[in-house]
Design a protein around this ligand. Structure first.
Ligand code: SF4
Length: 232
């Protein structure tokens, strides 16, 4: 322990990183288990996805889906959302956290899409991030899932999994995003963020990771794995 404590940050960081062959193997297994991963948010157009992701900040996908199943049949275009207005939108999303702010953002976003983008969701990061309520993570999800770009939308699950495993350790979300873009093999890049989110949500959970049944247990560098034997 003493030698670890005195190691330089660079040495510590090197020690905690998976090697390229291990990264390849990690994604090979996640892909084998789930060949076609996707978001658990329900959507049928880039605009529906953009609205759903905007609503999902600090909310569960299940909760967002419950709300959008009522909202989208009534309003699933920028014009229809703008026509609803903030007060008309609120009742549909009032079960979701921060709904007052989100309602204002979603309506302002609809108005901006109508005015500046001919009611289409833009495919460029800068234009997406200029929309009200849209940050880098939301832009990354839309670019990846609606438009097929190999972006890495780092959420709390990906941040945790990347640090625990040694896949792409980093102190900030952006450091982890940049690290993942460097180490994830190109052929896994498009789906990587879905695999990592699902792994974090259902296996490598925040409070108590389910290490005994984790398919990448032997690769993972996390020092405090939960005890138990993998099931036969
Ligand atoms: S072994 Fe445990 S800590 Fe490592 S990825 Fe699996 S669940 Fe997470």
């Amino acid at each position: 322990m003493a030698s670890q404590a005195s190691a330089s940050p660079a040495r510590r960081s090197r020690a905690r990183r998976l090697k390229p062959a291990q990264v390849e193997e990690l994604f090979r297994r996640l892909k084998w288990l789930d060949p076609k991963p996707t978001t658990e948010l329900e959507f049928s157009s880039p605009y529906e996805l953009l609205v759903a992701v905007t609503l999902s900040a600090q909310a569960t996908d299940v909760g967002v889906n419950k709300a959008t199943r009522k909202l989208f049949p009534v309003a699933n275009t920028p014009e229809a959302i703008a026509a609803l207005g903030v007060d008309g939108l609120k009742p549909y999303i009032s079960t979701i956290g921060l709904y007052n702010t989100k309602a204002a953002n979603v309506v302002a976003m609809a108005e901006q899409l109508i005015e500046r983008h001919a009611s289409e969701v833009p495919r460029e990061r800068a234009a997406l991030e200029a929309l009200p309520g849209v940050g880098r993570k939301t832009a990354n999800v839309v670019l990846n899932t609606a438009f097929g770009e190999p972006t890495m939308a780092v959420d709390t699950h990906i941040f945790r999994v990347s640090n625990r495993t040694g896949l792409a350790p980093g102190k900030t979300v952006r450091a982890v995003e940049d690290g993942l873009l460097k180490v994830v093999p190109a052929h896994y890049l498009h789906d990587a963020h879905h695999w990592l989110i699902l792994h974090g949500r259902y296996v490598c959970k925040a409070r108590r990771p389910d290490c005994p049944r984790c398919p990448i247990r032997d690769l993972c560098l996390y020092k405090d794995k939960t005890p138990g034997e993998p099931e036969a």
